[in-house]
Design a protein around this ligand. Structure first.
Ligand SMILES: Cc1ncc(COP(=O)(O)O)c(C=O)c1O
Length: 560
C-alpha cells in the first residue's frame, strides 16, 4: 500500500473509532437517564411481564401469607367473611348485574381482574365481587342499583371538577342551545368560535384543535411536534400516563415496542443532558400530575404489594424542574408539551401552566373541559399548529376525526367555559388548594391519633392513600371503604379524586367513614404488626414465590 493510501486508511479508522466512541457515549448517557425502576426500562418490563407466572393463594395462605399466627389469621378470616356477607346482602342487585355483564364487556373483565394483587384475585372476586353499576348521582353522592348512596371519591376519572349536578345542567342546557342544528358534522355550530377564543385566553396560546378524547389530543400534539421539527423521538417521563396510544405507552400494556420513544427519569440532571445532546428529539411530554409521584406509575391497588408508595408532594421542586426543562427545550428547539388532560381546570383555571408558573409550546386538555361529554383539545403556538406547508403542498400533517367538533360537545364545553368566568367558579378555585390541603391534614391528624397506619398525600383535590406500615394486605382497605359508603374507582385507594363542590359537612362525613373503615380493618387483624416485615422483605418474598412458581410449572399459562 502506498503512503497516501495508508494515511487515508488510518484517517478513516480514526474517524470510525471517534464516531463509535461518540455513539457509545450517547448510549451511556441515555442509560444513565433511565429510571432504575422497571417502569424506566420499557423493554425489560415487557419481557419480564411475559415471564411472570400466575399463582394464587388458596384459603390456607390467603390469610397468613405474611407469616401471621393462627389467631390473627382467624380474625382476618372472620372479618373477610363478615364483609363478604355484607356485600352479598347490601349490594346484591348491583353485584348480580355486574356478574352478568362482565362476561361480555371486556373492559369490565379487565378492571375486575386488576383490583387487587393477582395472588389474591380469585378469592376476592368470589367473596367480595365487584359492583360496577350505578343508577343516579346527586350532589357529591352516587347511588347504586340497590339504592345505597355512596360519597363519590372516584371523581369520574378526574372529569368531575364542579359536581355532577353542574355537568347534568351543562348537558341539558347545551343540548337545548344546539338542538336546531342537531348532530350535524362538517359545518360548525357558531358556538365553537366562543370556545376557541376562551381556550386561547386560558392557555395563552394562539390556536386550537378539537378531538374526541385526551388520547387523541396527545397523539396530535406529538404528531405536530414531529412534523415541525422533522425529528423522530418523543420523550416521556417514567410512570407518566398520557392515554393508551402506543408511542406514549412503550412498556407493559402495549403488545409491540415503541421504537421512537425515550422514557427518561423526571427531575434528573441526566435527562436534561440527553435533551441537550440528542438531535432526534421532537418533543418532551409532561404530565404535571406526576408532581405528586415523580417517576412512579399511577398508584393502583393491584400493584400494592407492600407499604408506602409515593414520596411527599413538593410543588416548588417540581416547578423548578419544569423551569429547567423549559429552558433546555427552548435552547434545543424541542417542543414542550404539557398534557393537562387530567390536571387542567382542576388545579386552577389556568391549569398546570399557571400553577407551576411555566409556559408550554403545546397544551392538551380533555376530561372536564367537555362539560360532561367526551373531548380532547390541543392548544398551541401558531407555527406549531399549522398542518401544511405553503411551499410544499403535498407535505401535510394529517389529523381529522368524524366527531371532532360535535355540536353537542361544543355546547357543553361552552357551558363549562362560561361557568369558568363566573364569580362562583372564581370562589371555588380561589380556596381549593388551601381547603383540600387542610382537609388532608385534618384527616391525617385523625388517622395518626387513632394510630392507624394510613396517610393521605395530596395535590390539591387529588389524593393518594399511603400506608405507613409494610403489610401485605393494604389493598383490603378499598373493601372496608366501600362497606362504609365511600365509592372508589377500580384502581382503589391509589387515587381519590374530589369534586370542588364538597362542602365541609360532606367532607366531615367522608372523614368519619374513612376512619371507621380503617379502624374496622385494623380490628380485623390485617395490620398485624410484625417488625420483621419490611417493604423489602415483602418484595423479596413475592419474587421468590414467582421464581419458584416459574420453576415448578414453566409452561403453565392460564386460559385467557
Ligand atoms: C394526562 C392524561 N393524558 C391523556 C389521557 C387520556 O385521555 P382519554 O382517556 O380521554 O383518552 C389521560 C386519561 O386519564 C390523562 O390522565
Amino acid at each position: 500500500m502506498d503512503r497516501p493510501t495508508t494515511l487515508a486508511f488510518y484517517g478513516l479508522g480514526a474517524a470510525a473509532v471517534a464516531t463509535s466512541v461518540a455513539t457509545l457515549k450517547k448510549r451511556l448517557e441515555l442509560s444513565q437517564a433511565k429510571h432504575r425502576s422497571l417502569s424506566g426500562h420499557s423493554r425489560m418490563a415487557r419481557r419480564l411481564a411475559r415471564l411472570m407466572p400466575f399463582y394464587e393463594y388458596g384459603e390456607d395462605r390467603f390469610f397468613c401469607c405474611d407469616g401471621a399466627p393462627e389467631d390473627i389469621a382467624a380474625r382476618r378470616r372472620a372479618g373477610f367473611t363478615r364483609l363478604s356477607a355484607l356485600y352479598r346482602t347490601r349490594f346484591a342487585k348491583t353485584i348480580a348485574h355486574t356478574a352478568h355483564a362482565s362476561a361480555a364487556i371486556s373492559d369490565l373483565r379487565f378492571t375486575d381482574a386488576y383490583r387487587v394483587p393477582f395472588q389474591y384475585r380469585e378469592l376476592v372476586a368470589a367473596q367480595l365481587p365487584s359492583a360496577a353499576f350505578a343508577q343516579s348521582s346527586d350532589g357529591v353522592t352516587i347511588t347504586d342499583l340497590d339504592g345505597n348512596r355512596f360519597y363519590d371519591l372516584t371523581g369520574s376519572y378526574g372529569v368531575n371538577v364542579f359536581g355532577y349536578d353542574f355537568y347534568k345542567q351543562a348537558i341539558e342546557r347545551g343540548a337545548a342551545r344546539v338542538r336546531e342544528l342537531g348532530p350535524v358534522l362538517g359545518p360548525y355550530h357558531p358556538l365553537i368560535v366562543e370556545n376557541v377564543e376562551a381556550l386561547k385566553v386560558i392557555s395563552g396560546l394562539d390556536e386550537v384543535s378539537l378531538h374526541m378524547s385526551g388520547t387523541e389530543a396527545v397523539m396530535q400534539a406529538v404528531r405536530l411536534a414531529r412534523y415541525h421539527t422533522g425529528r423522530s423521538h418523543l420523550v416521556r417521563f417514567c410512570g407518566a400516563y398520557h392515554g393508551w396510544w402506543g408511542d406514549v405507552q412503550p412498556g407493559v400494556g402495549n403488545p409491540v415496542p415503541a421504537h421512537e420513544t425515550y422514557t427518561l427519569t423526571e427531575m434528573s440532571e441526566q435527562s436534561l443532558r440527553v435533551l441537550r445532546r440528542r438531535r432526534n428529539i421532537a418533543c418532551v411530554l409532561v404530565n404535571p400530575l406526576q408532581a405528586l409521584h415523580p417517576n412512579a406509575s399511577p398508584p393502583s391497588d393491584s400493584a400494592l404489594l407492600a407499604g408506602r408508595r409515593i414520596p411527599r408532594f413538593d410543588r416548588q421542586a417540581y416547578g423548578e424542574w419544569l423551569r429547567r426543562l423549559r429552558q433546555v427545550c427552548t435552547e434545543r428547539g424541542i417542543v414542550l408539551i404539557f398534557d393537562e388532560v387530567f390536571v387542567g381546570f382542576r388545579l386552577g383555571k389556568g391549569g398546570a401552566q399557571d400553577y407551576f408558573g411555566v409556559r408550554a409550546d403545546l397544551v392538551t386538555y380533555g376530561k372536564t373541559l367537555g362539560g360532561g361529554l367526551p373531548v380532547g383539545v390541543v392548544c398551541g403556538k401558531r407555527g406549531l399548529m399549522k398542518r401544511f406547508r405553503d411551499d410544499r403542498p403535498a407535505d401535510v400533517c394529517f389529523a381529522r376525526g368524524t366527531f371532532n367538533s360535535h355540536p353537542y360537545v361544543m355546547a357543553t364545553m361552552n357551558e363549562f367555559l362560561r361557568y369558568l368566568q363566573t364569580p362562583q367558579a372564581d370562589a371555588l378555585y380561589r380556596d381549593a388548594e388551601h381547603i383540600w390541603n387542610e382537609r388532608a391534614h385534618a384527616l391525617n391528624m385523625r388517622l395518626a391519633a387513632a394510630a392507624l397506619p394510613v396517610e393521605i398525600i395530596n395535590m390539591s383535590s387529588i389524593w393518594t392513600v399511603c400506608y405507613t406500615q409494610p403489610c401485605r394486605y393494604n389493598w383490603m382497605l378499598q373493601y372496608y371503604l366501600r362497606a362504609e359508603g365511600l365509592l372508589l374507582s377500580w384502581i382503589g385507594t391509589g387515587r381519590l379524586i374530589f369534586s370542588l363542590n364538597y362542602s365541609a359537612a360532606d367532607f366531615a362525613a367522608v372523614a368519619e367513614r374513612f376512619v371507621a373503615a380503617a379502624t374496622a380493618m385494623r380490628d380485623d387483624g390485617w395490620w398485624w404488626d410484625n417488625p420483621a416485615l419490611t417493604d423489602k422483605s415483602i418484595k423479596r418474598t413475592v419474587l421468590k414465590e414467582m421464581i419458584l412458581q416459574r420453576l415448578l410449572s414453566p409452561r403453565t399459562t392460564r386460559p385467557r
